[in-house]
Design a protein. Structure first.
Length: 256
C-alpha cells in the first residue's frame, strides 16, 4: 500500500458552500490558500459576546469549506483509493467531484473514505470538505477545521485493510514471548485469490527476531481476519527504566 501526505494546495472559505448561504450571506471572503494541518477558528478575531464565551476562548465557531484537487496517475487504474483524515473538527462532510463520499461527526479521531468509485484517473478530481462547526460544542478551545494530516492511500484490490493489523502478546517471560498477529485481509476483486500472508518483528536495531507466513485462499468480495503466531526468544521486556520496543511488518503477496 502506498500512503502519502495530501496537505499541500488547499483553500478554505467561511460558510457551508451552499447556494442559500451565498444568497443570504452575501459573497463573503474569497477562498484563502492554506496548507494542512490548519485551524480556521484561531484566525477569527475574538468577541466577548460570543455565545460560548470562555468555553471556546471567545472565538466565533462557524462553518467552513476546504477544497483541493487530486491528480491520479494512470498507474492507479484498477486499484483501491482512500482518503484518510486524521481529524477534522467537527461534522465533516466530504465530496469528491461533487458527489457525497462520506462523513464523520466526531472531531478528534481519524476516519477513512474509499473514494475509488468517485475519482477519474488521469483527470483533476475536486475534493471538498464541508466542516459544520457553527454550534458551540466544547468546554475549552477546540479549534476548527482540518487540524491534522490528510493522506492519500492506494492499494491493490487484494490488500490489508487500513488499520487492519492487531498485535497482541499472548504470553511472555524472560525466555520466550508468544505473539499473535491478527491481520484483516480484503479481496475487492471478483475472483478468488491465492496469496501469502507474512508478518515479522524487528528489534530497535532493525534485526528480525521472529517471522512467519501462511498461504491464504480468499474468495472474491470477501474480507476475513487471519492469525499468525510468532515466538521471540529472550525477549527484551518493557519497563519504565528500559522502554524496549519492537516493530512489526505485515504484508500480502501473490503465491507465484
Amino acid at each position: 500500500m502506498i500512503k502519502r501526505l495530501l496537505n499541500q494546495g488547499w483553500t478554505v472559505q467561511a460558510g457551508d458552500g451552499g447556494g442559500l448561504s451565498a444568497l443570504f450571506g452575501g459573497p463573503g471572503e474569497p477562498p484563502k490558500p492554506v496548507n494542512l494541518p490548519h485551524d480556521h477558528l484561531v484566525e477569527i478575531p475574538r468577541n466577548p459576546q460570543e455565545p460560548n464565551g470562555p468555553g471556546n476562548g471567545f472565538f466565533h465557531e462557524e462553518d467552513m469549506v476546504y477544497e483541493t484537487t487530486l491528480q491520479l496517475e494512470k498507474e492507479t487504474e484498477g486499484k483501491r483509493i482512500w482518503l484518510e483524515f486524521e481529524a477534522v473538527y467537527q461534522n465533516a462532510f466530504v465530496y469528491v467531484n461533487n458527489a457525497f463520499a462520506g462523513k464523520c461527526a466526531y472531531g478528534y479521531s481519524n476516519f477513512y473514505l474509499d473514494i475509488t468509485d468517485f475519482v477519474k484517473i488521469g483527470q483533476a478530481n475536486a475534493i471538498k470538505v464541508i466542516v459544520k462547526d457553527g454550534v458551540p460544542s466544547g468546554r475549552w478551545y477546540t479549534g476548527g477545521g482540518i487540524f491534522r494530516d490528510v493522506h492519500l492511500m492506494i492499494a491493490e484490490p487484494t490488500h490489508i485493510a487500513p488499520d487492519g493489523v492487531f498485535v497482541k502478546t499472548e504470553s511472555v517471560d524472560d525466555q520466550i514471548a508468544e505473539i499473535a498477529v491478527c491481520t484483516e485481509v480484503v479481496n475487492d476483486d471478483k475472483t478468488m485469490k491465492r496469496i501469502f500472508l507474512s508478518a515479522k518483528l524487528t528489534d530497535e536495531a532493525g534485526k528480525t527476531v521472529a517471522e512467519g507466513n501462511m498461504p491464504i485462499t480468499i474468495r472474491g468480495h470477501v474480507t476475513d481476519t487471519y492469525k499468525l503466531r510468532l515466538f521471540v526468544k529472550n525477549p527484551k521486556l518493557w519497563d519504565a527504566e528500559h522502554p524496549n520496543l519492537y516493530h512489526y511488518e505485515a504484508s500480502v503477496r501473490k503465491r507465484n
